[in-house]
Ligand binder design. Sequence first.
Ligand code: ADP
Length: 173
Amino acid sequence: MTSSKKILAIQGDITQQAVDAIVNAANNSLLGGGGVDRAIHRAAGGQLLEECRRLGGCATGDAKMTKGYRLLAKWVIHAVGPVWRGGNQGEDELLARCYRRSLELAAENDIKSIAFPAISTGIYGFPLERATRIAVTEVKQFLQHSSCIEQVIFVCFDTRTYECYKQVLLELL
Ligand code: ADP
């Protein structure tokens, strides 16, 4: 585990985290996809999809919140990251906005602990280190002016992602 008091990275499965909210790397439909999205829907149960159907989708760079149903987490924040298209299509800002919007929703709902996956770095193809720098920078900046969120956990599924987060956290925190 690499940590500051408030921001840490662990290697693990986000569906198993006992936090107030977990963030899902969703797609625009919010109707489920592959990767972490699939794992979250499977662990939460069918009621999650029912609630998601009523949300009418979500724009890239935005986020919407649902209950967590069978998850340990009370809430799921569904954030839609950008598909990587070479870096000149506003991908950096869209990814940054995803983290900001998720944190804003958390703060508005009195969420004290939140876990993020490495949004956009799987199927959506965003370069890992570049995405990690954006994630860490946005979280750090947000926590500087928010007193409500006490802990942010970056949950890294694989060793490569975990090693990258450890290095970037050491550098930027
Ligand atoms: P995207 O479409 O936004 O790229 P993916 O789900 O394909 O989303 O991948 C995002 C990250 O989530 C990747 O690092 C992937 O390895 C990771 N991931 C997949 N399953 C889980 C899980 N159960 N817990 C945490 N991270 C996961």
